[in-house]
Design a binder for this molecule. Structure first.
Ligand code: AHM
Ligand code: MG
Length: 334
């Protein structure tokens, strides 16, 4: 085992970074890590058992849920309930936030926003999916936590992370002091530190967006697409197009190789598709901590003031230089 550092060991070691810490955030992260291993087990055997296919229910956005979404949602809520460190879970899969009402979580200080299984339309064809989570400290000091405690700006996050269930399973997280990635070693059932201090290259040559929506894009995005497709040796263009359609997988790849992921507003989704609280804010926190940039085309994602639980936003996220070029075209043309 020498040389191996597990997620559990790493979390405890890093607790020293937070002098006020009493171990609650560490335990919360540990709970999320445990639930993600259970979800990983089910995702891995999705093709083997009758767990695939639509569950026959719709989530608040009117999208069909897959059974594994429901399963993952239940697993995370149950781990957070029995862990006792979290008083509210806001999840993509439930219309209203979930109050954790258990004797152990009476004095819980943390709020978790989570997309339990993002990109679940990809499950049926064995493409990577992910979990995205964001952790806030409760602001109110008396009574029960409320929606007000959930609707905090991304800058207030105390931790955020994602799990990618891919060719291998990884958990990547930040507590605001850099980004670290852990790969699940199935033989010992532990996430092991494999990508310490992750940094996104300041520039890259991969762009990821759903080009099928081209006609519905704002003018600035159309101009950016023209820009990335022009031949120019000095800037390594034309760039390469890579779009998995699973945000965690697309952003994870860009984090490692350098690139930009864009989900803009479109004529059909005038506010964008992706949700601020449990998709964009956590990914923005991670990417910024890795040295990248996350914007809605005009403003920093982390500074958007949330007004509703399932709020959507456009997102331009990735390598600093690439996002800045896209932003300047948005400002000029959109
Ligand atoms: P979901 O939360 O319903 O799974 O949707 C989010 C996903 C992202 O993972 C992905 O990047 C995007 O939606 C793909 O959308 P589209 O199919 O419109 O390109
Ligand atoms: Mg999602």
């Amino acid at each position: 085992m020498s040389g191996i550092k597990t997620l559990g060991q790493f979390i405890i070691e890093k607790q020293a970074d937070f002098p006020y810490a009493k171990g609650e955030l560490s335990r919360l992260l540990r709970d999320i890590g445990i639930a993600s291993k259970i979800v990983n087990r089910e995702v891995n055997k999705a093709g083997l058992v009758d767990i695939l296919g639509a569950a026959g229910t719709m989530n608040i956005q009117g999208e069909g849920q897959q059974k594994l979404d429901v399963y993952a949602n239940t697993q995370f809520i149950s781990a957070l309930t029995s862990g006792g460190e979290c008083c509210i879970v806001a999840t993509e899969e439930e219309d209203e936030f979930v109050k954790i009402d258990s004797p152990v979580s009476k004095n819980a200080k943390y709020i978790v926003c989570i997309d339990p299984l993002d990109g679940s339309s990809n499950i049926d064809c064995n493409v990577a999916v992910g979990t995205i989570f964001s952790i806030y400290r409760r602001k109110s000091t008396k009574g029960e936590a409320t929606l007000h405690d959930v609707l905090q700006k991304g800058t207030e996050q105390v931790a955020a992370g994602y799990v990618i269930y891919g060719s291998s399973t990884m958990l990547v997280y930040t507590t605001g002091k850099g980004v670290n990635g852990f790969t699940l070693d199935p033989s010992i059932g532990e996430f092991c530190l494999s990508h310490p201090n992750m940094k996104i290259p300041p520039n890259g040559n991969i762009y990821s967006l759903n080009e099928g929506n081209y006609v519905h894009f704002p003018e600035g995005v159309k101009k950016y697409l023209k820009y990335v497709q022009v031949e120019d040796e000095s800037t390594n263009r034309p760039y390469t197009s890579r779009y998995i359609g699973s945000m965690v997988a697309d952003i994870h790849r860009n984090l490692i190789k350098g690139g930009i992921y864009i989900y803009p507003t479109t004529a059909r989704s005038p506010k964008g598709k992706l949700r601020l609280l449990y998709e964009c804010n956590p990914m923005a926190f991670i990417v910024e901590q890795a040295g990248g940039v996350a914007s809605d085309g005009f403003n920093r994602i982390l500074e958007i003031e949330p007004t509703e639980l399932h709020q959507r936003t456009a997102i331009f996220i990735g390598s600093e230089h690439m996002v800045h070029v896209a932003e300047s075209l948005m400002m000029e043309y959109s």
